[in-house]
Design a protein around this ligand. Structure first.
Ligand SMILES: [Fe+2]
Length: 243
């Protein structure tokens, strides 16, 4: 495990965070799931400074008992879910270069911290993530199950939309941290289809362009509620696992 080494962020990197934060918060204010915006406030996220992981954790632990830990980049799915089981979420520490504000090959800390971490103040998201990790733990040696869980994670935690009152809102971090995808996802171009676990686990993910379709929850409660059925489906297909 690495540490954030906060003092090493340069003024240029702090300025990149400032630019991204200002622009993205304005873009999502009207369209983000309400608890995302509450989370930004509860965690004291502002444009003026890159969040310090130690400070974030003091607050986050008090809200939901979750915390974040620093990683150098993408990590293995099994390890990722093992840590999720311990209520710990991976966050990278590097931030994109100013000349690449809009394009990233791999998630950076703006995606991880701005996009994901406010959602860890939301109990529906926390319970769902933990439930997913319990299934992942039981089937850790079954690559097909891990892939199915990764797809479910992709189409919810990264690219999910939810109906909130009369409005369609964004809760997926992949959208919330991308200026282009924020506009695109809510436009009429991509399909919006009802959340459907069985359909999601049959749908490979798209990594090199915007999504062709977004799955829409009727409410956040649906996330956790889908897990018993999912586990039964795996039991039927692969046999019952006890650990
Ligand atoms: Fe992500």
């Amino acid at each position: 495990m690495i540490s954030q080494r906060y003092h090493l962020y340069t003024p240029e990197e702090q300025h990149t965070w400032f630019l991204l934060f200002e622009r993205q918060l304005k873009a999502v204010e009207q369209f983000a799931y309400s608890n995302f915006l509450t989370g930004i406030q509860q965690l004291n996220f502002t444009a003026s400074a890159i969040p310090d992981f130690d400070e974030v954790n003091k607050l986050l632990r008090n809200i939901t008992g979750w915390s974040i830990y620093a990683v150098p980049g993408l990590i293995d799915n099994n390890y990722f879910f093992e840590k999720i089981f311990e209520k710990q979420f991976a966050a990278t520490t590097w931030i994109r270069k100013p000349q690449n504000l809009d394009y990233l090959e791999e998630p950076d800390m703006f995606h991880d911290v701005f996009g994901h971490v406010p959602m860890l103040t939301d109990i529906y998201i926390c319970d769902y993530l933990h439930g997913l990790s319990e299934i992942a733990k039981k089937y850790s040696t079954n690559e097909e199950v891990i892939e199915a869980i990764a797809r479910l994670y992709w189409y919810t935690i990264e690219f999910g939309l939810v109906q909130e009152g009369e409005q369609l809102k964004i809760y997926g971090a992949g959208i919330l941290s991308s200026i282009g995808e924020t506009v695109y996802a809510l436009s009429d171009t991509p399909a919006k289809v009802p959340f459907d676990v069985r359909k999601i686990i049959e749908t490979p993910y798209i990594k090199d362009s915007f999504q062709k379709q977004y799955f829409v929850l009727k409410s956040m409660q649906q996330l956790k509620d889908c897990l018993p059925g999912l586990e039964k489906h795996f039991e039927k297909k692969y046999g019952r696992m006890t650990e």
